[in-house]
Design a protein around this ligand. Structure first.
Ligand SMILES: [Zn+2]
Ligand SMILES: [Zn+2]
Length: 224
């Protein structure tokens, strides 16, 4: 299969998510990518194998990171666009990635106490606040079940709320970070994803990126 078709299908999906906040229909993808039915099926399967897309059982797009077609606990409001936010990481990434939407209201509820939480996230500086992000699944296992992984990358009122939620759900702590660390992680992670051609980060460049934003340790697949 022609790589150009695969890239056109990828861009049709990503560009629609970026501009309209939702996934395009199959017909829209075929039109935007100038692809026929067979090409579309092959391209979408290929993109899922390369982890550009996450599909459900019928083969519909569930996620095109940082975008999601399903609610995972976050909503985002830009100047003109509404999105489901994916996880905490993806939600904080969208204002960095989408042209013309450099300031986005990110809203969620604390998984522990259900308090409503919201921040205006921009490209210029991290939002201030005492809240923390908790990521449950270590990065080396993130793609075992990526929807589960994203569902469990949440924002909490405080470290106390993280501990209360872990105790209630009988889970072990993953990684806790403040809003500034989450913002740094999100700021450049997806850069280039709305351009062609786009190369996903290989494990080595992912590790370098995590180190460059101050993350350390085996949770991130790093030795130190
Ligand atoms: Zn709370
Ligand atoms: Zn995510």
């Amino acid at each position: 299969m022609n790589d150009d078709v695969v890239e056109r299908v990828r861009r049709a999906i990503y560009d629609t998510f970026a501009r309209q906040g939702h996934a395009p229909s199959s017909e829209q993808i075929r039109n935007l990518a100038a692809a026929d039915d067979t090409q579309l099926t092959v391209a979408v399967t290929e993109l899922a194998a390369q982890r550009h897309l996450v599909l459900d059982e019928p083969g519909d797009v569930v996620m095109a990171h940082p975008f999601t077609a399903v609610p995972l606990g976050f909503s985002l409001m830009g100047e003109r666009t509404l999105w489901w936010g994916g996880c905490a990481w993806d939600s904080f990434a969208i204002p960095h990635l989408v042209p013309g939407e450099p300031s986005v209201l990110v809203a969620t509820t604390c998984p522990a106490c259900r308090r409503a939480l919201a921040w205006t996230v921009t490209r210029s500086a991290p939002p201030s606040g005492p809240e923390v992000a908790h990521f449950l699944v270590p990065m080396p296992r993130a793609w075992d079940d990526v929807v589960y992984t994203c569902s469990n990358q949440r924002l909490f009122c405080s470290r106390d709320c993280v501990q209360a939620w872990l105790a209630r759900t009988c889970q072990t702590q993953g990684y806790v970070m403040d809003l500034a660390a989450l913002w740094r992680l999100a700021s450049g992670w997806y850069s280039g994803r709305l351009d062609s051609p786009y190369q996903r980060r290989d494990p080595q460049s992912a590790a370098e990126y995590f180190r460059s934003v101050g993350l350390r340790g085996p949770f991130w697949g790093l030795n130190a």
